[in-house]
Ligand binder design. Sequence first.
Ligand code: NAP
Length: 334
Amino acid sequence: MTLGIGVIGTGMIGQDHIRRITDVLAGGRVVAVADADRSRAETAAEKPSATVHDDAASLIAAPEVDAVLICSWGPAHEEAILPALAAGKPVFCEKPLAPKQDACLRIIDAEVKLGRRLIQVGFMRRYDTAYRALKETLAAGKVGAPLMYHAAHRNASVPADLYTSDMAISDTMVHDIDVARWLLDDEVARVRVMAGRRNSVGGDLRDPIFSVMEMQGGVLATVEISVNIGYGYDIRGEVSGETGTIELAEANPVVLKAGDGFSGRVPADWRERFIDAYDREIAAWIEAASAGGATGPSAWDGYAITAVSDAGLRAAETGEAVEVHLVDRPDIYA
Ligand code: NAP
């Protein structure tokens, strides 16, 4: 069976997922698209020969749409997810699940009423080979129990007119929150966020920031977010355990030695660094959705990450440690 996929939101990442479903992956075909900007949807529909819909409701109702891939902006995710769930159609939703916790909880309620998972959220780092090896090595007990996890998330630059200080947490650090929870198999109990000397390149932007997440089990997870570091997109992660450390290796496949030095490529951006992870993430979704279900990061993960992000925003504002309060986790997310 080829999964008929309807894509809502055909901007940057929507177009990229259409390309990978059409040109790279097997098992799915983009049969319908919708975007607030109809001409953008029409352009995106050309290569896969998809039909163009004026809104999410008409796309979801189309009989040729078996599953729905949501790539609109965050505040529009809920209005697309709820009717897809009501129609019993599996959903891939780009992060965030929703930017507000109450919207996340409405989505969780709707999925719990169905009694089974239908939603995968786009936290693609879980599909990255290096992060998987980090988790597998930790689980194999090679360094004993984890004590600390240190992450750095460095972007070469961000658009000065669009990127705000809060986005360092709500848009950028959310991936590191996801990794900390997934890697350590634990929830975040409280968060602190500190900002010291600013990078003058970013003007008034609060950059860099340093965050400490205290996990419920006591492990400390630290994250440096630097979004105007110039040299490239540099993603780091290291677990410090009772008997050793495990860190993500450099992502480049070769090291050049020439003249009197050695060097390797730093990825330009997140697309280059995580291209394989995005492919694996969407392949896993197509497989699970074709079987009528969902896999990978869940609506619960989406909710918990939004809750930690909210606490992080308050922590950045107040300078205090902020507690994360989660509702009880429904059994379907056990
Ligand atoms: P984008 O380029 O702005 O594309 C979003 C598209 O959705 C735009 O064409 C927008 O139209 C359209 N849209 C907005 N509201 C809509 C609605 N209610 N119905 C249909 N279309 C609607 O943004 P993007 O960078 O692709 O990001 C999209 C989502 O993916 C965001 O949630 C973002 O956080 C997420 N994302 C995730 C990753 C990742 O690493 N996992 C990376 C990038 C983006 P208008 O421009 O006319 O509003």
